[in-house]
Structure formats: C-alpha cells, structure tokens
Design a protein around this ligand. Structure first.
Ligand code: FES
Length: 600
C-alpha cells in the first residue's frame, strides 16, 4: 500500500493511503474518541458522531466523521488539513456525547457495565456536562424473557455494533434499526423478545455493545438461593474461563492463566466440590471418537459434526434441521459432567441426586438455554446442570465475596473421582481444539499407537474455516474446522449438496471458539490503550495461547490416557457409547424447534 502525506494540526505525517482519518491519526499519536466504529474500524455506521474532526480545504472548514472519512494527500488535495483539537472539533465531539447521554439511562451503579462502559469513558475524554440537552426520551423496552440475553433499550446508543455482529459475523440478522426520530430503537423485528426469534443466544452482540444495553441473563441469585437451601452446591469451570478471568481483575489479555486463583476463589466461596469441566471434555472425546468410528465402520451418516457448542445447536435446529443426523449425539462437556456428578459421584458419596445443585461457570450465554433443554435431564429427570454463570458473573461473585484476586494463592481442583484431566481436555476452549483432541484418541483407537507428532498443527489458528488431513492405517481422513455461523454455513451447504469431502467437522458458534464466547470479559474495542485497534484481531490468539501452554505442560495429553476416565469406564459406565453412556452422556435434537420458552 502506497503512503500519502497528511497534515494534522500543521505537522506532516506519512501514512498508508487506505486509512480513515481516525486510524491514520492513531498512528500519528492521536486518540480520537469513537464508539460505533469497531473491528479495526472496518465496521462503522458513522452513527455516533463522537469522532468528529475538522477538515479544512481550500473551500473552508467542516466537520467530518473521522472513522469513515478517508485520508487525502495534503499536497495533491491542496490545503487538506486535519484539526483534532480546534474549537470547532472539540465542541462538536462534546455535543455529540452530551446528546447521547441525554437519552441514556443514568442508573450506572446497577449497570452490568459499571466501570467498563465505553460511553462513560468517552464522556470523560470529551469533558461532557450533565443535563445540557434534557428533554424527551425514547420509550424503553426491557426484554428479559430469553434464557441467555437481556436487552435494555434505555442504555442503547444506536451505534449498530450488535446489528453488524449478528449480521456480518454470525450471518443471522436478528437485530436491526426500527422506527424514526426519538422512537428509533435497535432490536428484533417488531421489537419482539429475543425469546420469540431464532436468536442463537450466543451473546456475540453483548461482546460488542459499548454500554449495558445487552447483557447476559444473570443467575447469581439462583446460586445464592441454592447455598441457603442447604444443598450440596458443586461447581465446574470450562477451559476458556481460566484463559480470560484474570482480565476482570486488571490483567492484560493473555497475561495470566487464572486456573489456580479461580479455584482458590471458588473454594473460599464455599462450594462443596470444585471440579474442572476438562474431565468431561476428556469424556466427550471418548464418546465422540467412538461415535465417529462407529459411523465409519458401520456405514453411518458422515460427516459427523461436533455438538459441544449450544449456539451452533440452536443454529442447527433453526436453520439446518435436515442435518441433525450428521450431528454427534454427545452432550456438551458441562452437561456430561452434571449428569456424572448426579449419578456416579452421588452414588460414590451416598448423596441423593436431588440434594445436589450443579453450577457451571462458562464463557457462554447459550449454555444458559442448553441447561434448560428437557433432553438434558439424565438422572431422575433432574436437570444435568442447575445454573450457568458466565466468566463475568464469576468475577462479580469473587468481588462480592471480598476476595482479592492478586492475593489469592494457586489451588488445585478437587481430586475426587472427577479430578484428572488431560491436555486434550483443556484445548476444547479454542477453535480446532475438539478436533485435535478427538484425532489424538481416534488415531490411538484405530492403530493401537499414539500419534507421535501429538500437536495437530493444521487444526490450529483462528481462520474461519480450516481443513486437515490425517493418515490412519493407510487411509486418509479429511477433517474441517469452523467457527462463527457465517463461516459454518459454507461447510453446511456442502453437506446439503452432497459434496462434502470430510469425515468429521468441528463447528463452534462463536468466532475463535469458547475463548471468545459471549460470556467472556468485555474487550472494549474502542478503549484499548497502547496496543492499537488491531488487538481485536489478536486477543483471541492470546487467550488461546494460554490453553495451548497448559496442554503442552500436562504430563498426559490424550483423553484415553486419563486415569480417572479409565476408572469411570471400568467402575461405572462400561464402554464408550455403551448403554449407560448413551443414557447419561448423549442427547437428541429437535427438528421442529419452537422458540425459547419465555421466562416468567
Ligand atoms: Fe465515528 Fe461513531 S461516527 S465512531
């Protein structure tokens, strides 16, 4: 890309010619506030106007939205000069923010984004004053009926980031702008509840919302009630949570593996047992690899598609029900773990399953719905999992308990029947991880040998669609990995057309996999200091690296070598895909899916 010379505040800088003024100014040391622009400023509806700068040309000065206005060579376009700090620009940016604030709910202390609100940060930067434009307000809609996501339009600033994410990344398009003037809102068509739409509950819209207009449906109160009821409250944590929880306590993305401190915090909060969902990830691999081998050797439906991601399962049931026979019947790992806790663990400790309350800490909002599926109630019709908290909710509980993250020691998960996990289990949290873990075990099952180059590197990386080929016993098996529903669509259409070359496909609902789930700590794309806007492209990789490092450091890295997994099959389950495994660990899907049950 060729460079051009631009002039900012009288100084000349050389910058790539394809940049917007906002991006170019950032490279020259200016931080112009922005809200609606995100994803390296590729996506911007230029709706918020907080990035206004003054551009002067031979024809005079005027205000432009710097996020969408391209740079111009100051010699070629005579007199083209950018002013970030002229009175005109400074006043305009402040007025834009004051206008947004005038229509914004002010209950900041109760807001889920308290301390992390991008609007408040921008207000601080521009020196916004209170009550300057007091007057009419947009009527408020609060939608709390869906299991995973809550929408509060009183906090919406109409930036459109959620609209873009749902449409251009997930390929769904549930959200859109409606009405005009003061009645303008963002929401599902006809301002319906999320519960009455084919929303995946993936929470990717929450991840990009700059305010608290979109948030997870919180379940902390339910967990508090379970503690008060005297039940055995047992907690499990997903692999991706440890890769991001430290961000909630001031650590940079990818800086700290939070496993030990998180376990210490959960112990101090009084959970009866603190288990790692990684154990059940190993169990999933045993079941899923056996299911794949059964399909290959017995002429079953291929390609087999993974089933760990509930956002993907929602997408399947709504948009591709004809592909249900391709999808593994394995429950997702936390559902398996819940069923095992309420059967195997309960029996070993002589506890009535009804007295056990299982809490899952997940990076995912869709799992809040998954736990309510009637198909996921293996033991005495009890739900396998009783409550799902996001990584963010866990952080709320840790702070509320008066714990100081940095002072907490590192502690181990409870080693009580479900204690051991392998490196294969931990990489479930990143796109390609399930496939890599499954290949390690499938190779062993088919050849009786361990795959020597244990890292299936072709499965790694954050591209939307990846493929790999493995040679097992002289046969080449082709596999594919995808994340984000827009990417998945390509592979699903291939299957529908009957020309999929793959035997096994991993699908994750969220781009990059669980490390980027809708329940993970907010990344706040417009507020990333020091590392530039392109951090959005790399933060998933930084979280993923934490999980790959844990995998590398584990003495046992294949699910089939986990001693606790061997023990549970020997003492309780029998064999993978056997009768008891099918009852406890497998599920079914609904080709005539209705909308989510409305919350009362
Ligand atoms: Fe430029 Fe919103 S108009 S960031």
């Amino acid at each position: 890309m060729e460079n051009v010379n631009i002039k900012i505040e009288g100084k000349i800088y050389s910058v790539p010619s394809n940049l917007s003024i906002l991006e170019a100014a950032r490279k020259c040391g200016y931080r112009i506030p922005s809200l609606c622009a995100w994803k390296n400023n590729e996506c911007s509806l230029a709706s918020c106007r907080v990035c206004l700068v003054e551009v002067r040309t031979a024809r005079g000065g005027r205000l432009v939205a710097s996020c969408v206005y391209p740079v111009a060579d100051c010699q070629a376009e005579k007199g083209f000069e950018i002013f970030v700090s002229s009175q005109m620009a400074v006043d305009a940016r402040r007025a834009s923010v004051e206008l947004l604030l005038s229509n914004h709910s002010k209950n900041c202390q109760q807001c889920v984004k308290n301390g992390e609100c991008e609007l408040l940060e921008v207000a601080r930067i521009v020196g916004a004053r209170d009550g300057v434009f007091a007057g009419e307000k947009t009527p408020t809609t609060i939608d709390e009926m869906a299991p995973g996501i809550v929408r509060d339009t009183s906090k919406c600033i109409l930036c459109g980031r959620c609209v873009e994410k749902c449409k251009s990344v997930q390929g769904i398009g549930i959200l859109g702008f409606q009405n005009r003037g003061f009645k303008t809102i963002v929401g599902p068509a006809f301002n319906r509840s999320f519960a009455n739409t084919p929303c995946l509950q993936c929470g990717q819209c929450i991840e990009v919302c700059p305010t608290g207009a979109l948030a997870e449906h919180r379940e902390i109160d339910k967990v508090d009630a379970a503690f008060k009821s005297g039940k055995y409250v047992i907690v499990q944590t997903a692999p991706a949570v440890r890769a991001a929880i430290a961000e909630e306590f001031g650590h940079k993305i990818g800086e700290q593996d939070g496993t030990g401190k998180m376990v210490a915090a959960l112990h101090r909060m009084g959970f009866y047992r603190v288990f790692d969902t990684n154990f059940a990830a190993d169990l999933t691999i045993m079941e899923e690899s056996q299911e794949l081998l059964n399909r290959i050797t017995k002429g079953g439906v291929l390609p087999q598609i993974t089933s760990c991601s509930p956002g993907w399962i929602n997408y399947l049931e709504y948009f591709y029900p004809e592909l249900i026979p391709n999808v593994s019947t394995c429950k997702s790992p936390h559902e398996m773990e819940g069923a095992i806790i309420k059967s195997y663990f309960a029996k070993a400790h002589n506890i009535d399953s009804k007295d056990i309350y299982v809490v899952s800490i997940m990076p995912c909002t869709a799992k809040k719905y998954e736990k309510e599926r009637k198909e996921n109630a293996a033991v005495e019709n009890l739900p396998d999992v009783d409550a799902v908290l996001t990584t963010r909710e866990l952080a709320v509980m840790i702070r509320r308990a008066g714990l100081d993250w940095d002072l907490l020691p590192d502690e181990e998960f409870d080693n009580d029947l479900l204690g051991e996990y392998t490196g294969a289990g931990v990489i479930f949290g990143v796109t390609g991880g399930v496939m890599e873990a499954a290949l390690r075990t499938a190779y062993h099952t088919l050849t009786g040998k361990e795959y020597e180059a244990i890292d299936f590197k072709a499965c790694r990386g954050l591209e939307g669609v990846k493929e790999a080929e493995v040679e097992i016993n002289g046969s080449k098996i082709k596999v594919a990995i995808t994340s984000g529903m827009k990417n998945a669509k390509v592979l699903l259409e291939q299957i529908k057309a009957g020309n999929s070359p793959y035997a096994f496909i991993e699908v994750m609902g969220c781009p990059g996999g669980c490390i980027n789930g809708g329940g993970q700590p907010f990344v706040k794309p417009t507020l990333l200091k020091g590392e530039g806007a392109d951090i959005l492209d790399t933060y998933r990789a930084k979280r993923a690296n934490i999980l790959y490092k844990i995998d590398e450091g584990k003495a046992i890295r294949q699910s089939h070598n986990n001693p606790d997994i061997k023990k549970i099959y020997a003492d309780f389950l029998g064999e993978p895909c056997g009768e008891l495994s099918e009852k406890l660990l497998h599920t079914s899907y609904n080709a005539n899916r209705e909308r989510f049950p409305e919350k009362k």
